[in-house]
Write a protein that binds this ligand. Structure first.
Ligand code: LLP
Length: 420
């Protein structure tokens, strides 16, 4: 459930009519609902109520805005980060260092040292040389790094190929069969407290069975490691729970269904569990507000040209993702149109031949479910401004990320003397 609803035919974010935000901030603009973030954070935690020892680390790659992190930190969420930049954001937003988990396949030695210096709670090691580097760095600093080894369980998550991570051909983790050997070598290193394993098989998962299969394999690995004399206290189960993008579509498993599955599979593990949800918390807590520029005739259906583009919301161009489109003022009439942005490539298409509420030039509309992997993936392609973000809280709202004009980006560029 979210807090983007029509009142008297006008789409609101909580108690704020969206035209008020368009007037104050302009378009395109991302709009987040604080109450929706809080609701999702609570529903996800409630789904895990049967799990006694746990830590929930929001995958901040899905939405790293400082105001968003602040809201989730107040809900007791830690942060799953994948770069030094994300680590700095989590700390700046007030997430305690001990609640930060550092994932990611290409951590640099400098980033590992940064994490050690800050005293973050857990490093998820992606392969043996990274583990050795972490151990050496920690040892040299007189520290011990709390860590898990990420394993690749070779399970097909049944999601889009570009966001699947748990098949053996994917770049993530060490093959689960070689994990005991690698674990044994890393666990012996000074500077490392290798205390468990981590897994994440993909994103936007609509089926719990592959996740359950991956977790079963991890459970068997934990037993193998314990039999070999290792002290296993932590398992990180990653994120990945899918969300509804399309009104009327079959629903994904709920956080409660997910929690039941996890409780069943991990019943006898006797470990502390970490979760890294991103999309399920952020996705439906945000919309992208846009204005219709033109309606242009097309061969099959007219093109509705909006002022948001693939540089603002990349998911349709990158993954053929569906985002519901709704006019801000309900008319009740329908039309069939293709939804496109101003960027000069045909990939800048949000929808082809879609049945939508009637819109015309000057009308406002939103792309729904844009709170996760929306603003964070924005660019300035075609020398467009970097899209701003607004947070709504009841009847008030604030700009939580400025629009960065093309001129500011240009001001950071230089023509060297030898070209003058
Ligand atoms: N943990 C790890 C190690 C991850 O790689 C990810 C996402 C998550 C947690 C959070 O997954 P979530 O709960 O959000 O599914 N840009 C793509 C999604 C990429 C996901 C990358 N990893 C999209 O727009 O669909």
């Amino acid at each position: 459930m979210d807090h983007f609803t029509y009142r008297n035919g006008v789409l609101h974010a909580e108690d704020v009519p969206l035209p008020a935000i368009a007037q104050a901030v302009g378009t395109p603009v991302y709009i987040y609902s604080r109450a929706t973030f809080e609701r999702h954070a609570r529903v996800f935690r409630d789904g895990l109520a049967a799990i006694p020892n746990k830590h929930i680390a929001f995958a901040i790659k899905s939405n790293p805005n400082l105001a968003v992190l602040n809201v989730l930190s107040r809900e007791g969420y830690g942060a799953d980060v994948v770069s030094g930049g994300e680590m700095a954001r989590a700390l700046a937003a007030g997430v305690p260092a001990k609640d930060i988990v550092f994932s990611g396949v290409g951590k640099t030695r400098a980033e590992l040292a940064q994490g050690l210096k800050e005293g973050i709670g857990q490093f998820n090691i992606e392969h043996e040389p990274e583990g050795v580097a972490l151990a050496e760095t920690a040892h040299a600093m007189g520290l011990t790094a709390p860590a898990t080894l990420r394993v690749n369980p070779d399970v097909d998550a049944g999601t889009h190929a570009k966001i699947s991570t748990g098949k053996k051909e994917n770049k993530f983790g060490v093959g689960i069969d070689s994990a005991p050997e690698i674990f044994g070598r890393l666990a012996a290193l000074p500077g490392l407290n290798l205390r468990g394993v981590a897994v994440h098989i993909g994103s936007q998962l609509f089926d719990l069975a592959p996740m359950a299969a991956a977790f079963e394999r991890v459970g068997a690995l934990v037993q193998t490691l314990r039999d070999a004399g290792h002290y296993i206290t932590h398992v990180d189960l990653g994120g990945g729970l899918g969300i509804p993008y399309k009104a009327g579509e079959a629903l994904p498993p709920s956080p409660a269904d997910y929690g039941d599955m996890v409780a069943r599979v991990t019943r006898d593990w006797n470990v502390h569990l970490t979760f890294e949800p991103g999309r399920v918390i952020a996705g439906n807590a945000g919309v992208l507000l846009t204005e219709v520029l033109w309606v242009k005739p097309g061969a099959a259906a007219p093109f509705v040209v909006v002022d948001a583009a693939m540089n603002d919301l990349a998911r349709p161009a990158m993954y053929d993702a569906w985002h519901d489109f709704q006019p801000v003022i309900e008319t009740g009439e329908r039309m069939t149109a293709s939804l496109v942005g101003p960027v000069c490539e045909s990939g800048d298409t949000f929808a082809i031949g879609r049945d939508i509420g009637v819109v015309g030039p000057g009308d406002l509309a939103v792309f729904r479910t844009a709170g996760a992997y929306g603003a964070t993936m924005a660019s300035t392609y075609n020398s467009r401004a970097l899209v701003p973000e607004v947070m709504v809280d009841g009847d008030r709202f604030a700009v939580v990320a400025d629009r960065i004009p093309a001129g500011t980006i240009m001001a950071a560029e230089r023509v060297p003397d030898w070209l003058r």
